[in-house]
Ligand binder design. Structure first.
Ligand code: LMR
Length: 397
């Protein structure tokens, strides 16, 4: 039966990650996949997470099944992290959340539930968006439509064009938004833009589907949640996919959540039952380890304080690498203005280099950047910044 299958090209981001690993040059630099690295170029387990892991070894008495929704404490603590412990939505009965295998698992479960509720709904995605959004969500059956998001020349959000397009989205369609630290552009919605999109959602009757994978890496844990907290207050329905890959450094533990806000508590109960049924059909139950660690960290005052301090360090280090890179390559022969990198948020920005320049960077200098010219600024450190800047300046000659 397999003779009918054709090989599929590897996902561009993960393909680049494999190529980087296979490169034997010692001065190679990975600005590809969105993984945080410290100033030594390493991705260590966070100290707070490691401490939770030590505690878990003592506390854990069984590996028996957990249940389709995962760990109830995790689910509650994630809701409090996302929306804030005092948010009125948390006691409304209208909100339901289950643990998922990572943020990607959350997106897919979300999409499958929406498909059950409204198979004719289209999904509107900003241009550009995380490339895997399209196969991941389109694979659930969504017809994908686009709205303008980012202008590569001005390095700004295309506010007017975005709002004009969203102003024509039919009732019942879904609009995908990035909660913070937009991937791949680093250009985040301002509070005003969030508010205007919420106005349109109310006016038109479309439903935002927020992907929030970087809470705490932009401006702070509360600041990065402005959009989803405001929408949870104002809108009757909302879907939020979230991930602990980046802010807890739990990448391979596949720790995420899907949250639905429904119009009424009765509807929310039905959505919860449908979500469990979707999860049961796809993977039965989520992996436990990462979520138990998150639950321990968030449930313990000391661990939480230590985690928040580590997250602040992560955020500030990325911000300082943004400034360092922009300053180092400011006086380039091509006259390109890189100052936008300083203003943007989270792990990513577009460098704006063309394919030939990116190929040259990879082949000649061992600098790995995905083909959209998206750079992961967390791959920069005090050791490689000089070599990296020189390499970029030389391909811009
Ligand atoms: C990225 O965008 O690099 C990360 O979210 C990793 C991935 O799965 O693509």
């Amino acid at each position: 039966m397999f003779e009918s299958l054709k090989p599929v090209a590897m996902d561009p981001i993960l393909g680049l990650m494999a190529a980087f690993r296979a490169d034997t040059r010692t001065n190679k630099i990975d600005l590809g996949v969105g993984v945080y690295m410290n100033d030594l170029g390493l991705t260590p387990v966070m100290t707070s997470v490691k401490e939770a892991e030590t505690q878990l070894m003592q506390l854990e008495t069984t590996k028996s099944y957990q249940g389709i929704a995962g760990d109830p404490d995790y689910n509650q603590r994630i809701l409090e992290l996302l929306f804030g412990a005092d948010h009125s939505i948390l006691n409304s009965g209208r909100i339901k959340s289950i643990q998922t295998p990572g943020g990607s698992g959350a997106l897919r479960v979300g999409a499958e539930v929406i498909q059950r509720a409204r198979p004719e709904a289209k999904l509107w995605v900003g241009v550009p968006t995380w490339p895997n959004h399209i196969p991941l969500l389109g694979g659930a059956g969504f017809e994908i439509e686009e709205y303008p998001y980012y202008n590569r020349d001005s390095h700004q959000i295309e506010t007017q064009a975005m709002l004009e397009t969203l102003g024509q989205v039919p009732a019942g369609d879904m609009v995908l938004l990035h909660g913070c630290c937009h991937n791949p552009t680093g250009a985040d919605l301002t509070h005003e833009q969030w508010d205007l999109i919420a106005d349109l959602a109310l006016e038109r009757g479309f439903i935002p589907f927020i992907d929030t994978a970087y809470q705490g890496l932009g401006d702070g844990l509360d600041e990065d949640a402005y959009g989803l907290r405001m929408m949870a207050e104002r809108l009757p329905e909302l879907v939020v996919a979230s991930s602990c890959s980046k802010n807890f450094g739990l990448y391979r533990e596949r720790t995420g959540s899907i949250t639905f806000i429904a119009d009424s508590a009765e509807q929310a109960d039905i959505v919860a039952s449908q979500t469990m049924s979707v999860a049961r059909q796809m993977y039965s139950m989520p992996p436990a380890h990462g979520a138990l660690l998150v639950s321990l960290v968030l449930g313990d005052q000391q661990l939480r304080a230590s985690w928040e301090a580590e997250l602040t360090e992560v955020r500030e280090r990325i911000q300082s690498m943004r400034s360092l890179l922009a300053d180092n390559i400011r006086n380039n022969a091509a006259g390109i203005d890189f100052s936008h990198i300083k203003q943007q948020k989270g792990m990513f920005s577009f460098l704006g280099l063309n394919t030939a320049q990116l190929d040259q960077l990879r082949e000649e200098y061992g600098v790995y950047i995905v083909s959209s010219s998206r750079v992961n600024l967390a791959g920069i450190n005090s050791n490689n910044i000089g070599y990296l800047s020189d390499s970029i300046l030389s391909v811009l000659k």
